[in-house]
Design a protein around this ligand. Sequence first.
Ligand code: ACO
Length: 329
Amino acid sequence: MSARRDVRSVVVGCGGYLPARIVANADLAASMETSDEWITERTGIRQRHIAADGEKTSDLARVAAERALKAAGLAAADVDLLVLATTTPDETFPATAVRVQSALGMGPCPAFDVQAVCSGFVYALAIADNFIRLGQARTALVIGAETFSRILDWKDRGTAVLFGDGAGAVVLRAASPGGAALPRGILTTHLHADGRFHDALYVDGGPSSTPGRVGVVKMNGREVFRHAVDKLSAVVEEALTANGLKGTDIDWLVPHQANRRIIDGMARKLGLGPDRVVITVDRHANTSAASIPLALWEAHADGRLKPGQIVLLEAIGGGLTWGAAVIRW
Ligand code: ACO
C-alpha cells in the first residue's frame, strides 16, 4: 500500500517482555516422546519461556509497552492509538488492548485487538501506519503479545514443542520527511490472507463453534512449511519491488520466528548471510504475534539496528495470513 500523505511512521521505541520460567527441550523430553536433538535439528529451538499461572497476555503486553514507551521517552498519555495483535486474548471480550490501555493508565483513545495469528504484528503495524498516514493518530503503540502455551495440547509433540510465550511492542510517531531523499519510517506494508488454507493450522474451539471450550492448536506441519516458503518468497518479492530494492539492499531481515529452516531459506533467497538476520527462535521458540517485536527489541537494544538501515519484516501464520513490511530504521 503506498502513502497518501507526506507523513511517515517512525519507530521511536521498542520494548519486550519474556516470562521468567524457561523450559528447555530436555524438560519437554521428560514428559513427552521427543528429544533435544529432534527439536533442535528440525526447528532450531532450544528453549521457550512459559507464562506463570495467572500471568495473562495483558500482563506481558503491559510490561513490553512500558519498556517501549520508556525507550521512546514518552508517557502513556502521549499515545493516541493502541493496536494489539494476539491469538490468546485474556477474555473473549473485551479486547486485550483495553485491558492494557487501563493498566498503563492511558486516557481514552482507540484501542483494539487484531487477530492474524503469527502475522498479527505485521497486520497491526500496517493498520497503525495507515492511521498515522491518514492523520488519524500521531503516536501509536503497537503490541504483539501471546500466552500461546494456553492453547497447546501438551500431549501433541507435533505442536507443543514449537511455541512459547512473550510480548513485544513498538512506538510509532508521525514524522514529516520534509523532502529528505531517504526518509526514515515505515516505507511499505503488504498484507495477504487466504481462508482456503484454514485447515493447515487452526484452533479447534471458540465461542461460536464450541461454546465453553477454547480448543487447542491443530497443525499440518508439512503443509504449513510448504506454504511458508512459497508465500513468504512472494510477499518479500512484492515488498522489494514496491521499494525498488534487491535482496542484498536489506540491512536486516527480521522474520517471524517459527522455524530456523524457514528463516535460513528466506535469507538464502535474499542473498543475505546469517550476520544480517535477527534470530531469536533458538531462545524464544515461536511466540506468534510477539516474535517480530521481540526480535526488534533485542536487535535495537544491542545496537544492531541503526538509524537509516533498511529492515525487512515478514511473517506467515494461521488463516493462512501472511505479510511483510519495509522500514527505514
Ligand atoms: N519429537 C520427536 N519426533 C517428532 C516430534 C517431536 N516433537 N514431532 C513429530 N515427530 C515425528 C513425527 O511423528 C514423524 O514420525 P514418523 O516418521 O514416525 O511418522 C517424524 O517426526 C517426522 O514428522 P514430520 O511432521 O514429517 O516432520 P517435519 O520434518 O515436517 O518437521 C515440523 C515437523 C518441525 C513441525 C515442520 O513441519 C515445520 O516446521 N513446519 C512448519 C510449521 C510451523 O512452523 N508452524 C508454526 C506455526 S505457523 C508459523 O508460525 C509459520
